[in-house]
Design a protein. Structure first.
Ligand code: DAH
Length: 279
């Protein structure tokens, strides 16, 4: 009996080993890897066109001796409007329809409040730029977005004039768009500067002759600027008899659209790789 049992067990062992071997070979065959196939490529990310423009602007103003400052995106009404000479019922508020959190707090509508915050914490001379997101209750279309980026600049010192403003902004336009661009300062209105100007650059497409892109005027508006209003200096405790200054503010999306010939602001925020891969 025992001998028979051992014989059967031996036969079973042999058979099991045989089956295991067949299974293993089958698996090896099925799961074979062709190591000569090319691997899956990892897509390389790129720099967003807005970031490219902001970096370039930073570089230009740093080289001109400006410092980079920061301010909050959730801002007090006081800094966003009041201290910039835009009182509660002033019609200039209508241009910047806003996202209010309560009566005193809102999402900043421009980067100008950073000027006030910087002047409050230091005495002149001031040479600063600040870059950041701003928000306005605008419906999105090809030229509007409820969120956008601005670059703000401020210089305060003794004997600063409108001539300094023209010089600095002309250098900026030439470095940003090319030496052959012309710059024009048109009278404008901002409550926090006096005199104020709208700054235009000669059209990149028609070089000033007039075409569809520039509305046949030959010029494209790129920013607001002016000589800081003495009322603003009084708000921060600077003596307007002793100091003067200039300021400017521009939209990064607009600069990028002009620089790269982009006709719809929404392209910046839709994350379509076919668009983004071009930069
Ligand atoms: N804050 C203005 C706006 O968003 C732009 C601006 C105009 C800024 C004139 C300035 C300035 O600093 O001097 O419309």
């Amino acid at each position: 009996m025992n001998q028979t049992k051992r014989d059967i067990e031996k036969l079973l062992d042999i058979k099991t080993t045989e089956i295991e071997k067949i299974e293993k070979n089958k698996k090896l065959h099925e799961e074979s890897v062709d190591i000569t196939l090319p691997g899956r490529k990892h897509e390389r990310g790129g720099t967003h066109p807005i970031t490219l423009v902001l970096k370039k602007i930073e570089e230009i103003f740093l080289s001109l001796g400006f410092k980079i400052e920061e301010g909050p995106e959730v801002e007090l009404d006081y800094y966003n409007f009041e201290a910039l000479n835009i009182p509660k019922d002033h019609p200039a508020r209508d241009d910047q329809d806003s996202f209010y959190i309560n009566r005193e707090i809102l999402l900043r509508t421009h980067t100008s409040p950073v000027e006030i915050r910087v002047m409050e914490k230091q005495q002149p001379p001031v040479r600063m730029i600040t870059i950041g997101r701003c928000y306005r209750r605008d419906a999105a279309d090809s030229t509007h977005s409820p969120m956008f980026h601005q670059i703000e600049g401020l210089a305060v010192d003794k004997d600063i004039t409108f001539g300094d403003l023209k010089g600095v902004l002309t250098v900026f336009v030439h470095r940003m768009f090319g030496e052959d661009r012309k710059v024009r300062f048109r009278p404008g209105y901002f409550p926090f500067t006096e005199p104020s100007a709208e700054v235009d650059v000669s059209c990149l497409l028609c070089h000033g002759k007039g075409c569809r892109a520039c509305g046949y005027s030959g010029w494209l508006e790129i920013m607001g600027a002016g000589v800081t209003d003495p009322v603003v200096f009084k708000m921060v405790g600077y003596d307007p008899e002793k100091y003067s200054g200039f300021a400017f503010g521009m939209g990064a999306e607009r600069i990028a659209m002009l620089k790269y010939g982009i006709n719809d602001i929404r392209l910046f925020f839709e994350n379509d790789l076919r668009f983004l891969k071009q930069f």
